[in-house]
Design a binder for this molecule. Structure first.
Ligand code: NAP
Length: 461
């Protein structure tokens, strides 16, 4: 039976690796999901065949409880997926921490503790606990239950690092003498508090990157759990999870032109003090009729979708607009910013749902050199990702973040409901620029009106 389990674990590990490979392209992403789910089923199946499992009662109870909690969590709208991911990380971390704690007391009782075991248990518990509270905090910030602005106080980094150092020091003591059991609960409490302190000073706009970091911590705690439970597949899967989370965090930091330390310790996303200066400026607004005329006379249109398109669920209307304009010979492209929306690939998923041809999507670095020749940049519910302050205003919290240069197009049409700021909480000069016309309203309704104008026009011809 052991040989069968080992064989199933190898198949499962290979499928996990392939799933990650396939995830990197939209054409193979669906296959990746099937491979990953199959890998998980094979892994669970292989574990259940293990000879030392004599009673399945607790496993059945856990599986039922997991399904009852997990099913509603899987039904959240796409816009709430980031906070749901934060919750998943929290559960993953909690599970690792609980397994580590149970194993510690079991081994303490049986006299099975040695330095190696104590080392991996400590790693598992520290990483698991900080991921558990960190994940909850990140989910709370993304869902705006907790203020999304960075919460800072004097000497914050010193307090946090001292806590971590004490937790690691006490773990060292336990490795040296595992029977010093008074120290173990203190390690747990310190790691739980450290998770909270880790997220407090980080602004909401950095949460996606933080979630990705938490992913890698959860992966590392799973690796430690693999050593604790002597389960090789858990070590492999945890390592894949940990490293892919880390690589994704680095990619996201690059997309925002931020260093890792700056994301983890800088107070990004704070409300700009300058916004308090009550400057009365007016933005020019246009109607659906104006927009339809401008768009149908354009040679080229670059559509820049953002979070607002997701909120309005406007992707199908956007597809209608794409059809209408393409029919008139207008060259329409979609410029997708790597952090547009609220999760990596958010815009790609929505545009794919509306069957926008994939070859019409262009990356930020490819579209930017073309922007000065573009007739109309149509900004649909995007804000931070087209904010020129990122290029020009050194004091802006988003200074240095690469943006899509919508402002360089001949004309900019921007759809949003009000003059409210976007996720980073800062004003956007783009809306006050001379070449910008605002189309105020819900993105779905506004685009619907523009499409109506265009189709009415073409019916009249
Ligand atoms: P954004 O800066 O959050 O701006 C979205 C805009 O959409 C808002 O200004 C809002 O203005 C408008 N809007 C909301 N609902 C709308 C509706 N129904 N119809 C029309 N407009 C609507 O979005 P973004 O430009 O996509 O930038 C993403 C931001 O989120 C970045 O700061 C990024 O760092 C952060 N973030 C990204 C991720 C990720 O992984 N992609 C995850 C979390 C956070 P009104 O209220 O005036 O309508």
């Amino acid at each position: 039976m052991v040989a069968v389990t080992e064989f199933l674990y190898i198949i499962s590990a290979a499928l996990f690796v392939l799933a990650l490979r396939w995830m990197s392209s939209p054409e193979t992403a669906r296959r990746a999901v099937v491979a990953a789910v199959t890998a998980m089923i094979v892994a669970v199946g292989g574990t259940l065949l293990h000879p030392e499992i004599v009673t399945y009662k607790w496993i059945a109870i856990a599986a039922i409880a997991g399904t009852v909690v997990g099913y509603p969590l899987s039904r959240v709208p796409l816009t709430a997926v980031p906070e749901r991911t934060g919750l998943s990380q929290a559960f993953g971390g909690l599970a690792a921490a609980l397994v580590g704690t149970a194993k510690y007391y079991l081994w303490l009782h049986e006299g099975g503790l040695n330095s190696f075991r104590m080392g991996v248990v400590s790693g598992e518990v520290i990483l698991g606990c900080l991921t558990a509270t960190g994940g909850l905090m990140a989910a709370g910030k993304l869902a705006e239950y907790i203020p999304t602005r960075p919460l800072t106080y004097k000497g914050q980094n010193i307090v946090s690092i001292t806590l971590l150092v004490v937790a690691i020091g006490l773990s060292g003591l336990l490795v040296w003498d595992p029977t010093q059991s008074w120290a173990f609960p203190i390690v747990i409490v310190l790691a739980l508090i450290f998770g909270v302190l880790l997220i407090l000073p980080i602004g909401g706009a950095d949460m996606p990157t933080v979630i990705s970091f938490l992913n890698s911590y959860a992966g590392l705690s799973a690796v430690a759990m693999g050593f604790v439970l002597e389960n090789k597949l858990l070590i492999v899967a945890g390592a894949l999870d940990g490293s892919s989370g880390f690589v994704l965090s680095i990619i996201m930091c690059r997309a925002m032109n931020r260093s890792v330390t700056n994301v983890l310790f800088g107070a990004f996303g704070s409300v700009q003090a300058r916004a308090a200066v009550a400057e009365q400026r007016t933005a020019k607004s246009a109607t659906a009729v104006d927009a339809a005329e401008l768009l149908s006379n354009a040679d080229s249109v670059v559509i820049i979708p953002g979070y607002g398109m997701a909120v309005a669920q406007a992707q199908h209307r956007v597809r209608d607009l794409f059809d209408q304009l393409s029919k008139r010979g207008v060259d329409v492209k979609f410029a997708v910013h790597p952090v547009a929306g609220r999760m990596p690939g958010h815009m790609n998923v929505l545009l794919a749902e509306a069957d926008i041809p994939y070859d019409r999507l262009v990356e930020m670095e490819d579209v930017n050199p073309e922007m000065p020749q573009v007739s109309v940049a149509l900004v649909i519910g995007a804000n931070d990702v087209v904010n020129p302050a990122a290029r020009t205003d050194e004091k802006s919290p988003i200074y240095g973040m690469p943006i899509i240069d919508a402002d360089k197009a001949h004309t900019v049409l921007a759809i949003k409901r009000s003059m409210n700021p976007g996720f980073a909480g800062i004003e956007n000069e783009l809306y006050f620029a001379n070449n910008t016309l605002m189309l105020f309203g819900d993105a779905k309704a506004v685009i619907g009106d523009v499409v109506k104008q265009l189709s009415g026009e073409s019916a009249g011809h």
